[in-house]
Each structure stands twice: as C-alpha cells, then as structure tokens.
Design a protein around this ligand. Sequence first.
Ligand code: TLP
Length: 346
Amino acid sequence: MSVVDLRSDTVTAPTPAMRAALASAEVGDDVFGDDPTVNRLEALAAEMMGKEAALFVPSGTMGNLAAVLAHCGRGDEVILGDQCHTFNYEAGGIAALGGVHPMPVRTTPDGRLPLEAIEAAIRTDNVHFPTTRLICLENTHNRCGGAVLDEPYTRAVGELAKRHGLKLHLDGARIFNAAASLGVPASRLAAPADSVTFCLSKALCAPVGSVLCGEQPYIGRARRIRKQLGGGMRQAGVLAAAGIVALETMVDRLPEDHRRARALAQGLGTIPGILVEDAAPPSNMVYIRLAPDTPLDEAGLQQALASQRIKIGPVGPRRIRFVLHYWVDDEGVERTVQAIRLAMVA
Ligand code: TLP
C-alpha cells in the first residue's frame, strides 16, 4: 500500500523528469554568475512573472526575507496580514535579522486585508513612529484555506501602495495555484506588486528552491542580501534544472490537484462529525474541523490514519489541513475518505 501524504505540498519528491534533468545539468559557480542553468531558470521565472529580473533562493522563507530586507531598512515597518506566513511561520526573521517592524492587520477569511484597514495602518510622519515602507500580500493564502486573491483586489492594493509611496511584495508561494484557479497567467496577478516570491518546491514538485522576481536594481540588492544570509549557492544548477522542469511541465496540471481538493472536501463532508470549512475549496487545500462531540481529536485521527499509511497535518486544536499535490491520485483521495469514515465510527 503506497503512502498518501497530505501534510503539505512541500513533501513532493521530484518527478523522474526532474531527476534526469538534475543528473545532467550544466553547472558553474552561481556566486560568480557562472551557472548557466541557474541563469536560465532566473530568466524563465522573470519572464513568467512579467518582471525584469529574478533571483533563485533556497526557500520561500529566504525569498520573503530577502524581499522584505531589499525594500526596508532597520526600523521601517511592513503592513502584513495577521494570518500570513511571513508573520506566523518564518521565525520572526524580518524582525530578528532585518530590524523590520511588522504591523499586522486583521485578515478576512478570504485571505484579504481590507483596503481601509491597510490605509488605517499606514503611519503618519511623527518622530515616535516607525516609517511604513511596505505592504505584503499572500496568494494563495495558506492559513485561509488556500484562498485566491484576484486581479482587481491585488491591483487595488497596488494602487493604494503607490498613492502612499509604499512598495508591495507578494508572497506568491503558490501563485501558480492562484493563476490556475482564476484561469489567468500568473504575471497578471504579480503585475501590481513590486516584488513576488514563488516556490518551485511546493505544488510544482521541485525538490528545493524558490524565486524572487522584481526590477533589476531591486534584484541586485536582494542578491547581496542573499549572500549575507548565506544563501549564495555554488553549483546550484543541479537544483535549478529541476526548477526549470517544474515551470515547464508542472504548471498546467495544477487544476487536477484543485479538482481532487474539491472531491476530498465533498467526500469528507458526508462523514458525521467532520465539519469541512469550505465545501468548494478554491485551490489545493482542504481544511476541516472535528465537531466538539467527536471522541477522536486531531492527534487521534492522525494516529488512526498513520496505521493506514495516510499522513495528515493538524494545524490547531481539532483543525486539520489536507494539501493535494502531484503524488496524490484519485485512489489516494478515496482511500483517505474511507479511512476517515471508518476511524470516526471506530
Ligand atoms: N509553508 C509550509 C509551512 O511552513 C507552513 C506549508 O506546509 O504550507 N509562503 C507560504 C504561503 C508558505 O505556505 C510557505 C511554506 C512559505 C512561504 C515558506 O516556504 P519554505 O518552506 O520554502 O521556506
């Protein structure tokens, strides 16, 4: 029986085509700018995001950190969502390493920061205050059920930022999922942002890596910051080669994961005691809650499923996230629904 791993799309092992590409990748020292495969990946990524330049980084966390540090100086402030990844899951890096002060704004369940709330969070010019420099958005929104930010909303935030002389960064770890969900090119969703990070190592299946995209001088500053963070990699072409395969072959299949997320949500919705947060999830994530009167809690369910070789990820008390990806097929979805149905009556 194969393992069905729904804990995250970060668990995705490389595809056979990626393994072949990385084994034969042409490489050089990327800190010297000599790695042709990294250069090719960066050019492709910039083109797909509609930006001038790109920087290959080891992780989404480093991509967001370098992005924020290239926009802000010490004591500057960034407006971001209280549910966003940078605020919750990046070990406080922007503050710890960059001296950048976060100004969290309440996130609505659809992953948005209300425009009025952003505007109200912008500091006036007063010696007591930090200087507002940057706004961050996340698309798709991880903690908000994989919510998708559409083009008009992102454009409205971009216009607001411009009006106030601020920059806009987009954590687009799963921007291709957002694009697939809306049926628009990712570059349209990135257009209002000054910078965007996206991940190769999540739904696109590459083993390692993310890319930060923006205008040339900005990416130049980010390149120096990546070096300061210890992220200057040498023959990184072996990783970039898998990233190129990811961009060339894995983007168009994302609607399959979204279809399976909806199937999983629908199946789980028929099980007594399971409260599906969104019966028609917008991208590749399904969030459920266990009803208060069910004997199994999230750890109990996780344990029951582990014995069936199904891995799930609790994200809070009685709350569980399931993430669909390349390595989970229809049979895996069915097996999961059946196993949970049995565990809930056991
Ligand atoms: N998210 C991971 C965990 O850290 C929670 C996951 O399993 O979903 N931005 C967003 C929106 C993310 O979801 C993640 C990873 C990152 C950035 C960071 O990427 P990595 O893990 O490459 O540093």
